[in-house]
Design a protein. Sequence first.
Length: 287
Amino acid sequence: MRRQLFLPVLLCTSAFLFSCSGNDNALFKVVPRSVPEVGISNARLEQPRTIATPEAILARPQIPILCYHHIKVPQPGWGEMMKTYSVSPAQFAEQMKVLHDSGYTTVLPGQLYNYLAFGDPLPAKSVMLTFDDTDEEQFSIAAKEMDKYGFKGVFFIMTVSINRPNYMTKEQIKTLSLNGHAIESHTWNHKDARKYDSTDYEIQLVKPRNTIEGIIGKKATYFAYPFGVWNQDAIGLLKQAGFKMAFSLSGKRDPKDPLFTVRRMIVPGFWSTKGMMQAMKKTFEKD
């Protein structure tokens, strides 16, 4: 029998109102389903915590982590990859509603890190929603849809794209952060982490992180690998740059560095919501 390591946390019982149509008369109640990353007491900060062994980290049940890119309706002429990496606004809305109605609570990287590294409790049905590449519709469509349910997401920023057409502005990124979402690093220009040379430590890791921290006024210590791929050299550079945890995609976690190979699952546009839920449960039951 699988050991149940999740402990429920208290959720806010007061409902809030949201108008899905912009009409103040069209209101419905929902319960926020996200857990804020609360500060640690001074007493606790004075006592260094010992990070669990890789074996202990790998033994903890995995948390479903979904990865989104484009929130767009497929257009004529799009290639298969663009179609795969695009979820329509209607699909995304349906997926968020089903996650909420199924009792899922969103968690952020700091909470996941504390769960994996130290065994801190998480809600019984936790999920992480992540977004790559800085696309503007992640702000204007995805974040607004998540707001209906009190969901919070993780936005991995490719800094070369900031303020460019069809991508988020600095102001939008800061707004996401102020609204409780996590803003983290996805390199400068999406270069494959397995191909870094001597100049890439600064260009792809240090400078992008500093740019993000300058925008949000907070630390950015989590990283998503471009294309979801990594090698041991890349992990070493991430550690040297001060990152605490990194996210790959569907491959196996590294037995020596599971905190730097946390798995995510891309949600392709051709899946039904039912199919997405089934794949989510199946994917994170295995390594």
